[in-house]
Ligand binder design. Structure first.
Ligand code: MRU
Length: 351
């Protein structure tokens, strides 16, 4: 599934708010439009919003260069765009990682703004291509962890839609299904945004991988009946000790998995690792509009005016994580030395 494209003068997203009912594409021509698409979740998923931000910065560079900015004006405009993009969503560190990659590129560019804009477009393309490569490697490392016939539970959407392509957790499931017969998936619907029911189910249907959607409160039942062999989820930020922020509800699933002795895998590229945070306590948790909780896919279900809370992510403690599947291999506890080791070798993490 081609979910995101960076073109000269244009960044194109499949509209994830409209899927699966409508398959339409949104064309952004300014960094402000890209920021709007990240904030309103037209594009979502940690790696995808990082790649989107890189595309947004390429647009900012092209606009500044076309407007005749001198070097100082160009840099000022790039900083303004970077801050605007960073302000959209706080939890996924991939967004910050990608902005920092682009910032390093414009600071290293001593040419005219037009040349720097070209280089930044090339850098954004490289970040996109690199994300797909990372996901393919995550899939290859993760697939052997599963046995033929494995019944896998996943939460939210960590598929092609959430990345530049292929996916992290769903990429592992794709690779496992290609390697083994009989892989099937239980898909948590993932209230309130329904990323599981709308997006993961859509991707699995396209791939022809057998699945059942369940409402989030059914997961415990299926664990207790022995119908789940493994869990694999994506991540928005992993602290150096292995504590992992992911979509709200992931923590609950991890507790169930631990209680039932089921392996709980996190699949993520190293651009999701934040070496600057000792533990998950430092991860900022996005609070979204409570109206998204009091309604169901746009339809009001709670009394009008009902008070509600809406943390969009939670933190799964490292103690509940069996392994972290990265492009550099499968990491086991204790995670701190393992993460520091692969981050140092790959220079792919935020430090
Ligand atoms: O709010 P979202 O839909 O952007 O949250 C997405 C998730 O929590 C994903 O599981 C995570 O970003 C990993 S995507 C490969």
């Amino acid at each position: 599934v081609r979910t995101l494209e960076i073109l000269p003068g244009e960044v194109v997203f499949i509209d994830q708010t409209a899927l699966p009912a409508v398959e339409r594409y949104v064309h952004c021509h300014t960094w402000q439009e890209v920021a709007g698409c990240i904030a309103d979740m037209t594009v979502r998923g940690a790696p995808a919003i990082g790649v989107a931000a890189a595309g947004g910065l390429a647009l900012a560079a092209a606009t500044a260069a076309a407007g005749g900015a001198d070097s100082a004006g160009f840099e000022a405009e790039m900083e303004r765009a970077a801050e605007g993009l960073l302000a959209t969503r706080p939890t996924a560190v991939n967004l910050r990682w990608a902005v920092e990659q682009m910032r390093a590129a414009w600071r290293a560019c001593s040419g005219a703004p037009g040349d720097c804009a070209q280089r930044l477009l090339a850098r954004a393309h490289a970040i996109l291509d690199d994300d797909i490569e990372r996901c393919l490697r995550i899939g290859a490392h993760g697939a052997p962890l599963f046995a033929p016939g494995a019944r896998i539970l996943t939460h939210c959407n960590a598929g092609a839609l959430a990345t530049a392509g292929y996916g992290t957790a769903l990429g592992v499931i794709r690779s496992a299904a290609a390697m083994h017969a009989g892989i099937s998936v239980l898909v948590d619907e993932t209230r309130p945004w329904l990323q599981g029911a709308r997006l993961t189910a859509w991707e699995l249907a396209v791939e022809g991988i057998p699945y059942h959607v369940i409402s989030d409160n059914m997961a415990g039942h299926f664990f207790s009946c022995g119908e789940i062999d493994a869990v694999v989820v994506g991540a928005d930020r992993i602290a150096v000790n292995g504590d992992t922020a992911n979509k709200i509800g992931t923590y609950t699933v991890s507790v169930l998995a631990k209680e039932h002795g089921v392996p709980f895998y996190v699949a993520a590229p190293l651009s999701t690792v934040d070496l600057s945070l000792a533990s998950g306590a430092g991860i900022p948790i996005e609070e979204r509009d409570p109206a998204e909780v009091t309604s169901f896919h746009g339809h009001q279900v709670a009394p009008v005016g009902a008070a509600a809370r809406h943390p969009a992510f939670d933190v799964t403690p490292a103690a509940n994580v069996t392994a972290i599947i990265t492009e550099a291999g499968v990491l086991r506890p204790p995670f701190a030395p393992a993460l520091v080791g692969v981050c140092g070798a790959a220079e792919g993490c935020r430090s």
